[in-house]
Ligand binder design. Structure first.
Ligand SMILES: Cc1cc2nc3c(=O)[nH]c(=O)nc-3n(C[C@H](O)[C@H](O)[C@H](O)COP(=O)(O)OP(=O)(O)OC[C@H]3O[C@@H](n4cnc5c(N)ncnc54)[C@H](O)[C@@H]3O)c2cc1C
Length: 497
């Protein structure tokens, strides 16, 4: 039975909330009710949502009903699948929780997958592998596939195939007016362009269809180098990596490994550099290409070998447990001698360990335009830097100070660009930060489209692209969504028959 709760009551009469509950196939949760806290929980526990109500959407119709309810009662709408990439707390909003929308179907003939909003990559990886296919997932298989893709999406296949967003064929979305639209190269192409890169700013995506690639095995794993060799390895790496084929991706982190049984014996209690490598081709060719790295120093542990793509998550081994993090990201034009020395001072064996840095090699297809253009910025920066520190263990000030040091120290190499997907937590939700994920031209077009599709910024609990503010009750739109066609789910081609 529904009780009257002030936060909902303030925006909607309890009668209409009761009506909403009966219109939905999925559950609703109000503050104080069983299930509310669990449903609002984020993987990144630095953010805590206090929504006015949560709709546990079971299908696209539920999303339409939820968005229309929010529209009619002047509520903002937040969306969450797993809470891995949450930006702002959804306080006072209607939170659409998509975790029940976990259906997907692989079409081996067309080499596509149709994903519902709450699908995790790990399920798609497993199902695609049965046909010798792979999705363009990221480092962590437990991340939500749809949001990852809307934010661009780079994984170990990205230098060869580009962003996950480059391989989307169709998107089904509920926009701020409560309409269900199909976006593709042919249908609502401007919305299609904006959604692929603009992430949650243009509506709640209920499903998308993406291409799969013919990858079943990879030569991948990690080389773990001891503290006294890290300087030699990184100085070698910065030159070596500029000449590797697009089929090879690499990234590195360095850290003190805890002395616990879960950590391989060779690393326990030691400081080591973890060089992650993935080659898309024969193991012999992969071994030949990375041989110089193996020779520069003797690794403590070498796990690089021929593996099925289903084990791709073992390359990065991202932590699967929720935690409270303070993160930042920006891109580096290149790595030269001084940059490597600066990185060693910041996070090397002699550093205070307050924060960690991951550096991923970019280039290849990430610098090239896709066949169907989207809002994701092509980058000529050679590296993606991601820094992160754990909050809530009594060292928050050191983490914040560590981040400031990273930004100050590495600013000479910063390209002034960021990746939307690697912004998480409330620290980097300033529209000025978000702007850096796009070219100036793309950002201007995104603002124009946001103004047309979501003039009241209903979808603002995200890495927000604010619409042009209303002046004297009027707003100049160059594009009107009402001129664009709407469609039901039949407009989205079904994969797998
Ligand atoms: C451990 C870890 C590893 C990662 N590795 C990579 C990587 O290798 N490459 C990469 O590119 N990114 C990576 N990311 C970033 C990740 O792709 C983003 O954080 C992504 O947004 C997470 O999606 P989610 O659904 O899991 O998270 P959520 O927090 O549920 O969603 C994030 C945001 O996306 C929006 N959103 C979610 N669902 C929808 C929807 N259906 N419609 C519209 N908007 C929606 C909302 O604004 C929401 O706040 C990683 C993140 C983590 C924590």
């Amino acid at each position: 039975m529904l009780k009257q709760y002030s936060s909902v009551d303030a925006v909607a009469p309890i009668g209409s909330v009761r009506e909403l509950a009966t219109d939905l196939a999925g559950p609703i949760f109000l503050p104080g009710q069983p299930g509310y806290t669990d449903e609002a929980e984020c993987f990144d526990t630095s953010v805590r949502h206090h929504p006015a109500l949560i709709v546990g959407a079971a299908n696209a119709d539920d999303v339409v009903t939820a968005v229309r309810f929010a529209r009619d009662h002047g509520l903002g709408v937040a969306v969450q699948a797993t809470g891995h990439g949450v930006a702002l707390p959804a306080d006072g909003a209607l939170l659409v929780s998509t975790r029940r929308m976990s259906g997907f179907s692989v079409d081996p003939e067309r080499r596509t997958v149709r994903l519902e909003a709450g699908v995790l990559w790990r399920d798609v990886i497993r199902a695609s592998a049965r046909y010798g296919l792979a999705p363009l997932n990221g480092s962590a298989p437990f991340v939500g596939a749809v949001s990852y893709t809307l934010g661009g999406g780079i994984g170990v296949l990205a230098r060869r195939y580009g962003y996950a967003a480059d391989h989307v064929r169709e998107i089904e979305v509920v926009t701020a007016d409560g309409e269900r639209r199909t976006a593709s190269e042919e249908a609502n192409p401007d919305l299609f362009w904006a959604l692929r890169g603009g992430k949650g700013n243009f509506g709640v995506v209920t499903a998308l269809e993406a291409e799969l690639v013919g990858v079943s095995r990879i030569y991948g794993g990690g080389l773990f180098f001891p503290a006294d060799s890290i300087s030699d390895v990184l100085h070698f790496y910065r030159g070596w990596v500029t000449d590797v084929p697009d089929e090879l991706s690499s990234s590195f982190v360095m850290m003190p490994w805890p002395d616990v049984p879960e950590v391989p014996e060779q690393l326990r209690g030691r400081f080591a550099l973890h060089m992650r490598l993935c080659y898309l081709g024969s193991p012999d060719d992969g071994a030949r290409i990375i041989q110089p790295l193996r020779e520069i120093a003797t690794p403590l542990l070498d796990t690089v070998t021929d593996i099925p793509y289903t084990q791709v998550g073992t390359i990065h081994n991202d932590p699967p447990a929720p935690g409270s993090y303070h993160v930042n990201n920006f891109q580096l034009t290149h790595l030269d001698h001084d940059a490597v020395e600066a990185i060693l001072r910041l996070v090397g064996p002699e550093s205070d360990g307050a924060i960690g840095i991951e550096i991923r090699h970019l280039g290849g297809a990430l610098a090239r335009e896709p066949r169907v253009l989207n809002a994701v910025a092509r980058t000529t920066a050679q590296f993606q830097l991601y820094s992160g520190g754990v909050l809530g263990i009594g060292a928050d000030e050191a983490v914040y100070a560590g981040h400031d040091r990273v930004i100050d120290t590495l600013s000479p190499w910063s390209s002034g660009t960021r990746m939307l997907n690697f912004m998480a937590g409330v620290a980097h939700t300033d529209p000025a930060d978000v702007r850096q994920a796009f070219t100036a031209e793309a950002y201007a077009r995104l603002v124009e489209l946001k103004t047309a599709y979501d003039p009241r910024n209903m979808f603002r609990f995200n890495h927000n692209i604010p619409p042009t503010p209303e002046r004297n009750g009027s707003r100049s739109h160059r594009i009107s969504p009402s001129r664009l066609s709407t469609s039901d789910s039949s407009g989205l081609r079904r994969a797998g028959g």
